[in-house]
Write a protein that binds this ligand. Structure first.
Ligand code: ATP
Ligand code: MG
Ligand code: MG
Length: 350
């Protein structure tokens, strides 16, 4: 059968591999780390650095299509790989989502609402940005941020110096603080023939910057759920996208504001594993493999809870719980802040 190459060996790569095997594909992981979650379930593992040109070439030659589970893939690696196998989602999708300034500009130019933002690459930029955006505000590194890392909050303009210093010189964007009533996300998919399907929006609650729960259906008016799906469709089509995309949105009295997009399967889409016939991982594999999308309609209500660090002490109880789908990533050490697994609690569709 065909071999699907996956860049990145974390839990997302692991669950993509499982979904791919269920459809009869083989998977090949490229991940410098050794004992990684995806390597336990994939058929092949290139435990090689992204600087290793020979290994990248060998990987590209041994797979039929390449996808990824994280957006910070070095450009030099993509230059080598794109000559050897198709990469889905495209490099354009990666470029847009790797850098918050490019991302926010792209979304705004699509006519979507985003928080007011300004580029900050120097102390002078910082002062100009605070003058333009005001406070409260959030300064975020343009690249490599996740789980709320690389962010500094400004309660007032007096916090500008501390926030700028927290970036340690990295280019950043200052964003106006959005007074949202809740956060929702849409997991959308687009096939190679342009067919689009979106999962029902979920409502997200964060703890200490990390996603804690996703609840479906989101407790927002039906018209906003429709708007959210339309936003995702707009982004998918604008990027001529192939695969699954996560779109995070803030709900405000004035409507939806797009926070960020992720060109991959998304933590807030894990509920689909137990809430739908076809989950986000299979949907992604179908799209990148050139298959039609599957039926992602929701058959149940669901609450996904992330299991982080010491939450693993509750695994025995969770394993005995009725209506709870348990998903563990096989990580050796349960460090604070580390995502170890998740549980999907399912109830009849309401
Ligand atoms: P992720 O792990 O989702 O990739 P991240 O590190 O990329 O997170 P963001 O999603 O940008 O960071 O921000 C993390 C959280 O901080 C958001 O989910 C939201 O709760 C809050 N937040 C971010 N930007 C704003 C804003 N402009 N106004 C209000 N709250 C915000
Ligand atoms: Mg992010
Ligand atoms: Mg986010």
């Amino acid at each position: 059968g065909a071999v699907i190459g996956i860049l990145g060996g974390g839990q997302l790569g692991r669950m993509l591999s499982v979904a791919a095997s269920r459809l009869g594909f083989k998977t090949c992981i490229y991940e410098p780390g050794g004992d990684c979650p995806a390597s336990h379930v994939a058929n092949f593992h290139f435990q090689k650095s992204y600087d290793d040109e020979a290994a990248l070439r060998q990987f590209g030659e041994s797979v039929d299509v390449i996808t990824y589970e994280f957006e910070n893939i070095p450009t030099s690696a993509l230059d080598i790989l794109e000559a050897l196998a198709p990469i889905h989602p495209s490099r354009r999708a990666l470029e847009v989502s790797q850098d918050r300034l490019v991302e926010k500009t792209f979304l705004r130019d699509l006519g979507l609402e985003v928080a007011p933002f300004a580029n900050v690459e120097s102390r002078d930029d910082m002062d100009a940005a605070v003058a333009k955006i005001g406070a409260p505000a959030i300064l975020k590194t343009r690249r490599f941020g996740y789980d709320g890392k690389g962010q500094a909050r400004l309660k007032s303009a007096d916090d500008a110096t501390a926030a700028w210093e927290a970036m340690e010189g990295a280019p950043a964007v200052l964003e106006g603080f959005v007074e949202f009533s809740c956060e929702i996300s849409v997991i959308g998919a687009r096939a190679q023939d342009g067919q689009v399907a979106c999962f029902d929006p979920g409502e997200n609650v964060h703890r200490e910057g990390i996603l804690h729960t996703t609840t479906v259906p989101a407790n927002v008016p039906a018209r906003l759920r429709t708007d959210a799906v339309l936003v995702a469709g707009r982004v998918l089509n604008a990027l001529d996208y192939v695969g699954v995309l996560g779109v995070e949105l803030f709900v405000t009295p004035a409507g939806l504001i797009v926070n960020e997009i992720a060109p991959r399967v998304h933590n807030s889409g894990h509920w689909t594993q137990n809430g739908c016939v076809i989950d986000q991982f299979e949907q992604h594999i179908r799209a990148v493999a050139g298959w039609p999308l599957g039926d992602g309609s929701r058959h149940s209500n669901a609450v996904m809870e992330n299991l982080i660090g010491a939450d693993m002490e509750r695994v025995a109880a969770l394993a005995a719980e009725v209506g709870a789908g348990l998903h563990l990533y096989g990580k050796a050490e349960a460090k604070p802040g580390r995502k170890m697994g998740h549980v999907n609690r399912i109830s009849p569709k309401g």
